[in-house]
Ligand binder design. Structure first.
Ligand SMILES: [Zn+2]
Length: 306
């Protein structure tokens, strides 16, 4: 019998990643396209269809060898019915029956879900949180995504919208947030916010990468910026840990590359702030699968969906 494969797609506001994986969820081939080169919704859907077909052709496969296609998407998703409610950072999408459209165009099984949920699934099954049972996975970037694993299962909530750690309120008089509310964690530690803080502190333009490099070299100002971000994160996570009694929190995404200064500050604040029983148990871990977590999670979804 011919070997089977899975195609996984990770759509972000900037990049569209497409990969071919084997049934052990190992990536065999991958391409990265620019999301912004597709101006309209229909162009993007067509781009996905072409990319999947191209992968099958160039790897000398036939469609019978493709177990299914899994998509991780940057917004609220009705995974059960295959509907994209909307994308906060890609205009033109509203209540799109993406799964059925792709099934029809590709002639393959298709599964869709929120990208942070798939990353969490990947870190739980194959990454940093392997062996833990009650987990929050969070990605720190322009936005803050999250996914919860409770009793070794992805926890979805009533509308598949659980896990939005970025929109946990931490200050009732806090600044406005992109979600339309205010005082959310993301309004304090999203990329743009950290860069704004750093600019103010250094009185010049500075990138996140430079801010991390400087902190590595023990630059006091850079360390202060990361310490402050870590305190906000630790404060929010203390509430989560008290509520859910997690055994692990996995942190990934671009901001997490800030390294030890950020992690030390998160851990210190969390241990001080959370109740002692819960604080003792929980491990704070760096994500292991990096940029590929979403693609691996998409493949796991296809495998488990069948
Ligand atoms: Zn918010």
């Amino acid at each position: 019998m011919a070997k089977k494969f899975i195609i996984s797609i990770d759509l972000g506001g900037t990049n569209l990643k497409v990969a071919l994986l084997d049934l052990n969820c190992q990536i065999k081939d991958k391409e990265v396209l620019s999301t912004r080169s597709f101006l309209e919704k229909d162009d993007l859907i067509l781009g996905i269809v072409h990319s999947v077909n191209r992968f099958i052709k160039y790897n000398n496969l036939n469609k019978a060898q493709i177990l299914g296609v899994g998509l991780g998407l940057p917004g609220p998703i009705d995974a059960k019915n295959g509907i994209v409610h909307f994308f906060p950072n890609i205009p033109g999408w509203k209540e799109v029956k993406l799964r059925d459209i792709l099934r029809k165009n590709l002639g393959l099984s298709v599964f869709i879900d929120n990208d942070a949920k798939l990353m969490s699934l990947a870190e739980f099954k194959m990454g940093a949180a392997k062996g833990f049972n009650n987990i929050l996975c969070m990605t720190l970037g322009t936005g803050i995504g999250g996914g919860l694993i409770i009793n070794s299962r992805l926890y979805r909530g009533f509308n598949n919208a659980a896990g939005e750690i970025g929109h946990l309120p931490i200050n009732e008089n806090g600044p406005d947030c992109n979600c339309g509310s205010s005082g959310c964690l993301e309004a304090y530690v999203g990329n743009n916010r950290i860069i704004a803080e750093a600019k103010k502190a250094f009185k010049r333009d500075i990138s996140l990468e430079e801010l991390s490099r400087l902190a590595d070299k023990h630059n006091r100002i850079a360390m202060d910026v990361w310490n402050k971000a870590g305190r906000h994160l630790g404060f929010a996570l203390a509430g989560v840990v008290n509520l859910l009694n997690l055994d692990a929190i996995v942190i990934g995404g671009g901001v997490a590359k800030a390294g030890n200064v950020l992690f030390d500050s998160i851990i210190k604040t969390l241990k001080n702030q959370a109740m002692s029983v819960q604080a003792k148990r929980v491990k704070i871990l760096k994500a292991k699968l990096g940029n590929e977590a979403g693609l691996i999670g998409g493949a796991i979804m296809v495998k488990e969906g069948l």
